[in-house]
Design a protein around this ligand. Structure first.
Ligand code: CFN
Ligand code: HCA
Length: 530
């Protein structure tokens, strides 16, 4: 039996039928296969996914520092999402509310008679006490069931208190994971916030937004530091250490850099349509990937000064990390890893692992969509720019849009020679090698199985399975929260990541997994005849 069959072997017919298409073994061709993704989990399985409310309130809106986000519902959802996501934020204008948990704390009577009054009162208190730039209202499951009209409360409160109030019907049960919540949050921000300052769009310049960077462990700050050092102006970050204020001016940027490829790509596309802002997918996780990303941004602006400065900054940053980079490479080369995170990092982090010679043998996303795995896209009638020297960025006629093509060079040239419609892959599969496995929406049973079969040196995941993994004797580092560490982005972040990986793998504890009585005879006692 191969690994996939071993995992599926114990399932009942019905579960087998569901799970078999979520597990894919990869071969050496690197050509993506199909996988089932973004579908409802099997009831009763121990899985790591969050819900629609988590995606809207926790992921996209929560990191906005000058905005009060009120959880409308019984206290549980507000309480259990309080401070669990390590989105750091500064307080430049004294408005930083991310340490708080705001909730209407609905009681049984509110469920019976409706919670709209309570919501109105909560908005009033929040505005009077905190003076936020905006108030966001996020519904939890019971609200959708009892039918509170949160939109009317929000618009009345907006008139009465003179502060932007936006309501999001992001009840947890909607959709199959947090992904539905990302959509709902994105739509609200796009409709009401982005571009609302209405300032004129200036000439194209070195102004960028970073989309899908939530400043976990300070990642966004590290990216901004590097970008500013080169000479870019960062107009807005969506939404890590983000501010309502900055978002209202986001339409004045000339390029959108999309770091998370799952939660916010919708906004990139909407801003392209509405404001004609180009976007490129970037990745600041990993040394080589950061270099590639910085060069790609410089290529986009096609400015010699910036290209030169980019190379200078890359050289400086590399110089600073050279020694540690070498040390950790020596220690980690040849190790193997499993990576299972939500919707983007399971692919991004394979790059930083590669920087240090670690092979990813197991990977999976909690809730990504098929294109995040397969990355299969077709550009019909493609006509390549004949002068395009850079294989990674090509110009596509007729509307001169930029696409990031992450094809390997040989395959790209082959297609080019054949002059075929270009089908290109940019998902996780193309980077997964021979004899590796990809599992969508891992459950705890399947995680245990892959640990038994692949015996990775480390498994990166989240709080829900970390200790289960460690109880099996495999070190597990968290890639959602970075285990209270970070930043992991950029050059210096890659070193912090490598250091934490090194400390985990080399911890003496893993040598003590076999109890002494398994290897040494126990003392034979004498009983009773002293
Ligand atoms: S910070 Fe992001 S990078 S936003 Fe998304 S898909 Fe979650 S909260 Mo956890 S760590 Fe994770 Fe990604 Fe984008 Fe975070 S891999 S699951 S919804 N995610
Ligand atoms: C979420 C948030 C989460 C959970 C992390 C984890 C995060 O899914 O709602 O399971 O360890 O990054 O905080 O993804």
């Amino acid at each position: 039996m191969d690994a996939r069959e071993v995992i599926l072997d114990k399932y009942s017919g019905r579960v087998f039928k569901n799970r078999k298409d979520h597990i894919v073994e990869l071969d050496e061709t690197g050509v993506p296969k199909e996988i089932a993704a973004n579908s409802r989990s099997v009831p009763g399985m121990m899985i790591n996914r969050g819900c629609c409310y988590a995606g809207c309130k926790g992921v996209v809106l929560g990191p906005l520092r000058d905005t009060v986000v009120i959880t409308h519902g019984p206290i549980g959802c507000g309480y259990y999402t309080w401070g669990t996501r390590r989105n750091k934020a500064d307080s430049p204008d004294g408005r930083n509310f991310i340490q708080y948990s705001f909730s209407t704390d609905m009681q049984e009577t509110d469920i019976v008679f409706g919670g709209m009054k309570k919501l109105r009162q909560a908005i009033k208190e929040a505005v009077e006490i905190f003076h936020p730039r905006a108030v966001m209202i996020c519904s939890t499951c019971p609200i959708g069931l009892i039918g509170d009209d949160i939109n009317s409360v929000a618009s009345e409160a907006e008139k009465e208190f003179g502060v932007t109030c936006i309501a999001y019907s992001c009840e947890g049960y909607k959709g199959v994971s947090q992904s539905a919540g990302h959509h709902i949050a994105n739509n609200g921000l796009m409709k009401r916030v982005i571009g609302s300052a209405k300032d004129e769009i200036p000439e194209k310049g070195l102004r960028v937004n970073i989309l899908g960077e939530y400043n976990i462990g300070g990642d966004g700050w590290e990216q901004e530091r590097i970008l500013k050092k080169i000479g870019y102006e960062v107009i807005a970050v969506l939404t890590g250490d983000g501010s309502y204020e900055a978002l209202t001016h986001a339409h004045t940027a000339s390029l959108n850099l999309v770091q998370c490829h799952r939660s916010i790509n919708y906004i990139a596309e909407m801003m392209k349509t509405k404001y004609n802002i180009d976007w490129i997918k970037v990745n600041f996780v990993g040394i080589d990937e950061t270099i590639r990303t910085l060069r790609e941004i410089a290529d986009y602006f096609d400015n010699d000064e910036i290209k030169k400065r980019t190379e200078e900054v890359i050289a400086e940053e590399l110089e600073e990390i050279a020694e540690e980079r070498k040390f950790y490479r020596q220690k980690l080369e040849g190790k193997t890893a499993g990576v299972f995170v939500g919707g983007s990092r399971s692919h991004h982090y394979q790059n930083v692992l590669k920087d240090f010679g670690i092979k990813t043998v197991i990977a999976g996303y909690e809730f990504a969509h098929r294109d995040d795995y397969e990355g299969r896209e077709v550009l019909p009638n493609i006509k390549l720019d004949a002068d395009s020297k850079n294989i990674e960025t090509i110009t596509v006629e007729p509307d001169k849009e930029f696409f990031h093509v992450a094809l390997d060079k040989e395959r790209f040239n082959e297609l080019r020679r054949q002059n075929v419609e270009l089908e290109y892959y940019k998902g996780m599969f193309k980077d997964m090698g021979d004899g590796t496995i990809t599992v969508d929406d891992f459950n705890h049973y399947e995680t245990e199985k892959v640990l038994d079969i692949f015996k990775p040196d480390i498994f990166y995941s989240g709080i829900k399975d970390k200790y289960m993994i460690e109880k099996k004797g495999v070190p597990s580092n968290q890639l959602h929260s970075y285990d209270y560490s970070g930043p992991y982005a950029g050059f210096k972040g890659a070193i912090t990541f490598a250091r934490n990986t090194y400390l985990s793998i080399y911890a003496p504890a893993w040598k003590m997994l076999t109890p002494p009585w398994r290897t040494h005879p126990t003392l034979e006692g004498t009983m009773g005849d002293e």
